[in-house]
Design a protein around this ligand. Structure first.
Ligand SMILES: Cc1cc2nc3c(=O)[nH]c(=O)nc-3n(C[C@H](O)[C@H](O)[C@H](O)COP(=O)(O)OP(=O)(O)OC[C@H]3O[C@@H](n4cnc5c(N)ncnc54)[C@H](O)[C@@H]3O)c2cc1C
Length: 283
């Protein structure tokens, strides 16, 4: 289908973009890589009068180490994440995740900021971002603020971003001394996650789990931390039986959703199986 008619706006600064959004509260939408927004427009699920292109704003695409963290610009593409030597060395969880998202064309256009703003319940990136306890820098007409990822995802396609705010940077920790893995179950190689599990953990002497963080996507209305599994493994030896028992809590406190791609029962079981496999893969 052909998208509805819109005006194209190309601001050259984040402040200008935020000002434009604030002046057109119900009628303007940001566009980054367009990999989610364009299909939405073509299906006429949204009919914004203005598309505000972030692509003409300099300095929103970068990956750099900054004060013990890695800062990733909101307009950084999956392809850039996948090929970043810094991330491969210091935060390979993001490299691994970017590698299994969509196909080459989508990875060349799609941005981390676009994915986290869109907050599709089956998107991959929210899982590692939760497991990494990331911070999200957003800029609006009143200035900038930092949002802890635990407060960011609020529901299906819903985040803590205000309509006139722009996600400009994602800050993740350096994972030196930690182990990590992202495992995704999908029907075909380029599909969204039926279930995606990101694990980050610190393992001490005797295979004891000193710290563990698990982000899960694809199961419920939004990505979440598998807190019950984390609690069950904290301070325990990472033996196969302990992992399997802990993984049984993968959907505790969550309402799994079913659709044509997978029933509630199927997703629930997949979540448990993939949590156990992701921990084993990270170990
Ligand atoms: C064929 C295909 C396969 C796909 N497979 C997968 C997959 O396997 N896994 C997966 O996770 N995703 C998949 N996707 C979805 C895609 O990865 C992302 O949703 C997409 O890349 C979002 O980023 P974008 O830059 O394209 O955002 P856009 O489509 O430009 O924007 C998406 C939304 O976010 C808003 N937005 C964008 N940037 C910002 C910002 N910086 N601040 C605030 N709001 C912003 C826009 O207004 C819009 O509402 C697939 C998409 C396609 C077309």
């Amino acid at each position: 289908m052909i998208p509805p008619k819109f005006e194209y706006v190309a601001p050259t600064s984040v402040a200008e973009a935020a000002k434009f959004l604030a002046a057109h509260p119900d009628d303007a939408k940001l566009i980054a890589g367009g990999q989610s927004l364009v299909p939405v427009l073509k299906l006429r699920l949204a009919k914004p009068g203005y598309l505000v292109d972030l692509g003409r704003i300099a300095g929103l695409s970068y990956i750099r180490e900054d004060a013990g963290k890695i800062a990733i610009g909101g307009m950084t593409t999956y392809a850039d994440i996948k090929s970043s030597a810094l991330l491969r060395e210091k935060c390979p969880l993001l490299t691994e995740t970017a590698t299994v998202i969509a196909d080459v064309q989508v990875r060349n256009r799609g941005t981390i900021g676009g994915s986290l703003s869109h907050a599709d319940p089956s998107a991959d990136m929210p899982a590692p971002i939760l497991a990494l306890d990331a911070e999200l820098k957003v800029v609006g007409p009143k200035g900038e603020r930092l949002i802890a990822v635990k407060d960011y995802f609020q529901g299906m396609f819903a985040t803590a971003l205000a309509p006139d705010e722009i996600l400009t940077e994602i800050r993740v920790p350096v994972l030196t001394g930690q182990r990590s893995a992202y495992l995704k179950a999908a029907r075909r190689a380029t599909d969204f996650a039926l279930v995606g599990v990101a694990v980050r953990m610190r393992v001490g002497k005797g295979d004891v789990c000193e710290e563990i963080a698990i982000g899960i996507t694809g199961v419920g209305e939004k990505a979440y931390r598998a807190s019950a599994v984390e609690r069950a493994l904290q301070g325990k030896r990472l033996e196969a039986k302990a992992i399997e028992q802990a993984a049984a809590g993968a959907v505790d406190g969550v309402t799994p959703l079913g659709n044509i791609h997978g029933s509630v029962e199927y997703r629930t079981n997949l979540a448990k199986v993939y949590v156990a496999r992701a921990i084993a893969a990270a170990k």
